[in-house]
Design a protein around this ligand. Structure first.
Ligand SMILES: NC(=O)C1=CN([C@@H]2O[C@H](COP(=O)(O)OP(=O)(O)OC[C@H]3O[C@@H](n4cnc5c(N)ncnc54)[C@H](OP(=O)(O)O)[C@@H]3O)[C@@H](O)[C@H]2O)C=CC1
Ligand SMILES: C/C=C/C(C)=O
Length: 337
């Protein structure tokens, strides 16, 4: 049996290009004891793939998670028909021993069998009921440690993580201000997702926008983008403000030898006694399902909406990946095979 896969043909130079990938076929090996044959149903593209891939060897199968169905099994814990989330990369079929699967971050990552989501589609296992959802829930509650009545700013606010952070902020009784890169995204955030304010960072001055929306200052900042936007937000923060350093997509395509400069933030950090903490969602792997159960509960209660940009066709993995860097997506991008 053959599978299709995308390999990394070149290390990215600036903005990733379609020519950096190659779509190939691979013969799958027969199953050994302990092996499982998985068939991809939905695949994920995520910004971290850009950040991590520069350290990966050329020719490697592109890294990433997928929702896959068990088609054959020689492993006692996996039965035919189970749906799993596995770090199998950009490939349609995978033969692997689940106990030996390794993530794009080089860590052992056993595929997990998905519980019944009820009416929520399986694709949500890559978004609100998966890594981005847990990033939002744990990152906001454990790193920003918000208190009711405080003011939260979130960047990349219309994306997979940001759109959830803002809504969870509202559930926790915060004033929520989002920044996104298009007027229609901002309209969606305030009109559909309950944000108090949303500003287009491409057309609005960040400091002015915050003076208008947060005249009493910002307590929590969930930083998805880094760079000058983040410097401006930190300068508007209150004493003992907390910054969850989640991502820095504004710099992922930069030349590492000539990284972009942002205004210094040390004055704000010192004088306002801010706490900044970086994190990876995997730090909560031991309580992963608690996050999924919590977000599923919010969805069932009608408090948490999730947006997906679904792209059909495995062959479009590369295009889907590129679209995150041009801001074409709203919510989580998933590829339906
Ligand atoms: N620490 C962790 O464990 C995790 C971190 N992350 C990080 O969170 C961030 C968001 O990820 P995710 O929600 O999956 O992706 P998104 O769904 O938010 O997609 C990326 C979005 O980023 C915005 N963007 C792209 N380039 C820039 C730029 N130069 N400046 C500002 N915004 C930009 C675009 O929206 P727009 O139209 O608004 O510009 C784009 O739609 C990333 O930095 C990612 O690396 C994600 C998951 C886990
Ligand atoms: C797990 C994802 C990490 C980042 C930095 O995106």
């Amino acid at each position: 049996m053959k599978c299709k896969k995308f390999i990394l043909k070149n290390h990215f130079d600036g903005m990733p290009k379609k020519t950096d990938f190659k779509l190939m076929e691979e013969d799958l090996p027969p199953l050994k004891d302990g092996d499982v044959l998985f068939e991809a149903v939905f695949l994920s593209v995520d910004p971290y793939m850009r950040a991590v891939s520069s350290k990966l060897p050329i020719g490697i199968t592109m890294i990433g998670a997928q929702v896959a169905r068990v088609k054959e099994s020689k492993h006692p814990d996996f039965k035919v028909g189970d749906n799993v989330v596995g770090q199998f990369g950009w490939r349609t079929h995978t033969v692997a021993n689940p106990d030996e699967v390794v993530s794009g971050f080089g860590e052992k990552s056993r595929p997990y069998i998905l519980p019944d989501f009820g009416d929520v589609p399986l694709s949500a296992a890559l978004g609100v009921l998966g890594m981005p959802g847990n990033t939002a829930w744990f990152g906001l509650t454990k790193i920003c440690k918000p208190k009711a009545g405080e003011t939260l700013v979130v960047t990349a606010a219309a994306g997979a993580v940001g759109s959830l952070v803002g809504q969870i902020g509202k559930i926790l009784d915060l004033k929520v201000i989002g920044f996104a890169g298009a007027d229609d995204k901002c309209k969606m955030l305030t009109e559909e997702l309950n944000f108090d304010y949303a500003f287009n960072y491409k057309t609005r001055d960040i400091t002015e926008a915050l003076k208008e929306a947060a005249p009493n200052g910002v307590d929590c900042y969930f930083d998805n983008v880094g760079g000058p936007i983040s410097s401006a937000v930190m300068n508007e923060m209150n004493t003992f403000g907390r910054v969850a350093c989640c991502g820095s997509i504004s710099a992922y395509n930069a030349d590492p030898k000539n990284p972009p400069l942002a205004p210094v933030v040390q004055n704000a950090i010192v004088l306002k006694q801010l706490s900044l903490q970086g994190f990876l969602s995997s730090r909560w792997k031991d309580c992963w399902f608690e996050g999924i159960v919590q977000n599923l509960e919010f969805i069932k209660q009608g408090k948490l909406k999730f947006k997906e940009s679904v792209i059909k066709g495995f062959e479009k993995m590369d295009e889907a990946f590129l679209s995150m860097f041009t801001g074409d997506n709203t919510g989580k991008i998933v590829i339906e095979v």
